[in-house]
Design a protein around this ligand. Structure first.
Ligand code: ZN
Length: 505
């Protein structure tokens, strides 16, 4: 195939794949709304599309085009004379094709059948709070993941090729070199906070009318720059963000009258993801696979930057509290701005990851990273996982797990066969703090937040992060934005200033 034709073929297949992925996402989105009897055919519709996507993404036409553009195992981004965007497109497509085609179709089927049936087993085990019900299927999943790593191939750690699916180019030892010191520093911060008087946050857990909560969170989304002409907010049990088209980005939340903080922060969190999606799918990358985040941790860094660094700052509440407290005069009658700020930043080691505060959250992730690595290498047997989990939580956070439901069964990820996903949550925190510090060199962040119009922050992130999509690998993008390699000291100094010395950040 000549080069011109190869480029045409690559772009047209890439474009078709993106459309198919958006159609699949639309079917998933609508699944929540579909009546019960529709579910069976809906699953088949999605299955068919996923099969088509797999065939096209690993097919001979794409391979032929990529080879004609000079791509091979040594040079995944193809010939030197290609422009940077095309090189990135070649690299992304080659990487995916080369990895996916190493998995036999039998293996892919077994993996998908096992994990889809595992979901119900996990849900039942969780409901009954009994790990032994989930143990046999998890054993099967771990075996399949070991096979998957073998199919992909690796140098010295089977965790590497699985992690690479979420954080391209990163190795388990890179994560370890960030997590080991981080663990000690986070524990040190927790220790220093231990003797402090307990913060009262009981007023967050009263009845807060949903329509007023919604009014306020829409205002915050507006201030962040969420484009309501290109996005929408829906409802679901578990909040998430999904892209149904370049100009159709959806986020969900779950309003509860009982707590006012968690729906608001889930909206800001998902809003941060949505801004990234809105930013990458504009401009020259629109409609290509490069209109995606650089990695999962990069995506998470943006949601956490908005949620924690902006949304939980003193400046944010200095700006918004007068209005917020006017919306809920009865609930916040005796609560001043400082008491509110302390409540939404309360640090308390607990057992549940999704309820964890900013300081202890990453310790929950370090636990999962350590355990899944041991399971994969065979150093830990699934039958010993519950005890290992409980011991590790006691070691890291000093808390006791009272039931499997609030321990080893709390997360869905392992039932889905996803190892290598968890670290991206904590890495997101680390990236976020590093990017936030870099941003402070150009933007007077504190006064921008206090002013209530966040566009200078949004513009900075758009220009320096979002607009690059996945042209660069996460390591290179981080270097481009912050001029340094991944360094957890930014995150630690952010937490220390905010929580230990209470200087604000
Ligand atoms: Zn997120």
């Amino acid at each position: 195939m000549d080069k011109e034709n190869a480029l045409k073929t690559l772009r047209s297949i890439d474009n078709e794949l993106v459309l198919l992925e958006h159609i699949t996402a639309t079917l998933y989105w609508d699944q929540e709304e579909a009546p019960p009897l529709a579910q069976e055919e809906r699953s088949r519709q999605i299955g068919l599309l996923e099969k088509k996507i797999h065939e096209l993404a690993t097919g001979d036409s794409l391979m032929e085009a990529l080879v004609s553009l000079g791509a091979d195992e040594k040079k995944k981004d193809g010939d030197d004379d290609l422009d940077p965007e095309t090189k990135a497109l070649v690299r992304q497509r080659y990487r995916q094709l080369s990895k996916e085609s190493r998995l036999s179709s039998d293996f892919v089927r077994t993996f998908s059948e096992t994990t889809s049936s595992a979901h119900q087993v996990w849900a039942k085990a969780r409901q009954d709070s009994d790990f032994s019900l989930f143990e046999p299927v998890l054993e099967k999943i771990v075996g399949l993941l070991q096979q998957k790593a073998d199919f992909y191939g690796f140098e010295d750690d089977p965790y590497d090729p699985l992690l690479d699916n979420f954080e391209p180019g990163m190795k388990a030892r890179d994560v370890e070199s960030v997590f080991s010191p981080l663990e000690k520093q986070l524990q040190y911060i927790v220790e220093q906070l231990r003797g402090r008087p307990e913060v009262d946050d009981s007023f967050l857990y009263q009845s807060y009318p949903v329509d007023l909560q919604k009014k306020f969170s829409d205002k915050v989304l507006n201030a962040m720059g969420f484009d309501f002409d290109r996005g929408k907010v829906g409802l679901s049990t578990h909040p998430y963000t999904t892209t149904l088209g370049a100009d159709d980005i959806r986020i969900t939340t779950r309003y509860t009258e009982a707590s006012v903080a968690s729906p608001l922060y889930s909206i800001i969190h998902e809003g941060g993801h949505a801004l990234y999606e809105m930013g990458v799918s504009h401009g020259s990358l629109k409609g290509t696979c490069l209109a995606n985040a650089a990695s999962l941790a990069f995506h998470e860094s943006q949601s956490r930057l908005w949620e924690n660094m902006v949304g939980r700052s003193r400046e944010f509440w200095h700006c918004f509290y007068p209005e917020f407290s006017r919306l809920f005069p009865a609930q916040l009658k005796n609560v001043d701005e400082e008491a509110f700020y302390q409540a939404i930043n309360r640090v308390k080691p607990g057992t549940i990851r999704v309820d964890a505060d900013e300081v202890t959250y990453s310790l929950h992730i370090i636990l999962r990273f350590n355990l899944e690595r041991k399971l994969l290498s065979g150093a830990l047997a699934v039958k010993d996982l519950r005890d290992a989990w409980n011991d590790e939580l006691r070691r890291l956070l000093g808390v006791d797990v009272m039931s499997d439901k609030e321990g080893v069964l709390q997360d869905v990820h392992w039932s889905m066969g996803e190892f290598g996903y968890f670290p991206t949550y904590a890495l997101g925190n680390v990236y976020a703090a590093q990017i936030y510090d870099a941003m402070k060199n150009e933007v007077d962040v504190d006064s921008v937040i206090e002013g209530g119009d966040f566009s200078p922050i949004h513009d900075y992130l758009n220009k320096n992060v979002y607009s690059f999509g996945s042209i660069h690998d996460p390591k290179d993008l981080l270097m481009k934005v912050t001029k340094e390699d991944l360094d957890a000291s930014h995150y630690i100094s952010y937490l220390t200033k905010k929580y230990v010395s209470q200087e604000g950040y």
